[in-house]
Write a protein that binds this ligand. Structure first.
Ligand SMILES: NC(=O)c1ccc[n+]([C@@H]2O[C@H](COP(=O)([O-])OP(=O)(O)OC[C@H]3O[C@@H](n4cnc5c(N)ncnc54)[C@H](O)[C@@H]3O)[C@@H](O)[C@H]2O)c1
Ligand SMILES: [Zn+2]
Ligand SMILES: [Zn+2]
Length: 360
């Protein structure tokens, strides 16, 4: 039976929440559960702002339960561990991404794919096993079962590394799973935002040639010079798109809004794959002819399991991969959301929670 909120959640917490589909966030007092046997409690230091947070605070997917405290790119330092915790000690640097629970019993969980567990529990806005609602990392502290907590590699910066917990794993996982990680391959990355720019970095680290496909010609210089992309295509330039037809082994599509995929399918070689990771609020149109003519694949991918998330972080630390970030204070969050909506960020906002979150 679900415990009453007071019993289940005796520890005071403080963060910023949206309370209606305007998406405007404001200071919010709430509480979290006591540290259970297998729980890790940590002080939040930094939290990235994912476009999913924006979709959620505005209820663009129609699933938001208000009030919602967003944030699933959370790094911090452990302050307390339960008596049965094995992997962590007080003082360890840790991270929590999009998941804080799953059944631990199904085929997906058995294969370290908690991200495909039908009973997965997301880090915020989701019913937890005690019947309460989860709250994310735009807050002073977190508590999570140690299975859903990852070790932070020593040489990975906390602030610019935080976005790897969602943007990083969401692009690393499909590059690996769909075999788009072989040196000499040529892939496209569509949408040069939070996810897209780290997709470029991981693909380059795998030895893959990368073309960025974007609506914004003004991102070209930066994509090539700073992010290491090999080439750049302006998606609304028909001449450029025509010249590049049939050249790509795969595409990672990170676009957050409805967009045509026919021009992207045309860029693929035969047997090429387009992997959808962006989540537009409405369905996309799927033209079938260009699919069958070339045995092409349209596929999807959702974050990654905990084992792969740790592997991705360790890989990033080894190859010096981090996000390009704009560090902001908590009271800038609403402006940041407005700017994110206009794609006015290079390339991820990260909240400096520990230094700027003030209780009221
Ligand atoms: N599959 C997953 O597990 C997963 C994980 C995280 C985020 N997401 C989703 O991925 C998407 C991208 O997230 P992000 O944080 O990188 O967002 P972002 O806003 O940082 O980047 C999105 C990019 O898409 C571009 N874009 C927007 N509308 C466009 C249009 N109509 N045509 C072409 N380009 C357009 C923007 O310019 C921007 O560069 C979001 O929908 C988010 O919810 C999915
Ligand atoms: Zn995310
Ligand atoms: Zn499961």
């Amino acid at each position: 039976m679900a415990k009453s909120p007071e019993v289940a959640h005796p520890v005071k917490a403080f963060g910023w929440a949206a309370s209606n589909p305007s998406g405007v966030l404001s200071p919010f007092n709430f509480s979290r559960r006591a540290t259970g046997d297998k729980d890790v409690r940590f002080k939040v230091l930094y939290c990235g702002i994912c476009h999913s947070d924006l979709h959620m605070v505005k209820n663009q997917w129609g699933v938001t339960a208000y009030p919602v405290v967003p944030g699933h790119e959370i790094v911090g330092v452990v302050t307390e561990v339960g008596s049965k915790v094995q992997k962590f000690k007080v003082g360890n640097k840790v991270g929590v991404g999009c998941l804080v629970g799953s059944c631990r019993n199904c085929e997906s969980c058995g294969n370290n794919l908690e991200n495909y567990c039908p009973r997965q529990i997301l880090t915020y806005g989701f019913p937890y096993i005690d019947g309460t609602i989860t709250y994310g990392g735009y807050s002073d502290h977190m508590v999570a079962d140690e299975h859903f907590v990852v070790h932070w590699p020593d040489n990975l910066p906390l602030d610019s590394g935080a976005p790897l917990l969602c943007a990083g794993i969401t692009t690393y996982s499909p590059l690996r799973y769909y075999g788009l990680d072989k040196p000499g391959m040529h892939i496209g990355v569509v949408g040069l935002g939070g996810l897209g720019h780290v997709a470029v970095k991981f693909a380059k680290a795998f030895g893959v040639k990368v073309t960025v496909i974007s609506t914004s010609p003004n991102k070209q210089d930066e994509a090539v010079k700073n992010l290491g992309a090999d080439s750049f295509l302006v998606s609304h330039d028909p001449n450029q798109m025509k010249a590049a037809m049939g050249t790509l082994d795969g595409i990672i599509d990170t676009v957050s809004a409805v967009h045509p995929i026919l021009p992207l399918l045309n860029l693929l070689k035969s047997h090429g794959k387009i992997i959808m990771v962006g989540v537009p609020e409405k369905p996309l149109e799927l033209p079938v002819f260009p699919l069958i003519m070339g045995r092409k694949v349209v596929a999807g991918s959702c974050i990654g399991g905990l084992k792969e998330t740790q592997e991705m972080l360790d890989f990033a630390a080894k190859h010096n991969i981090k996000a390009d970030v704009e560090i902001i204070s908590m009271d800038y969050v609403n402006t940041a959301m407005e700017r994110l909506e206009k794609a006015d960020v290079r390339y991820r906002f990260v909240l400096d929670v520990a230094n700027t979150l003030k209780s009221v």
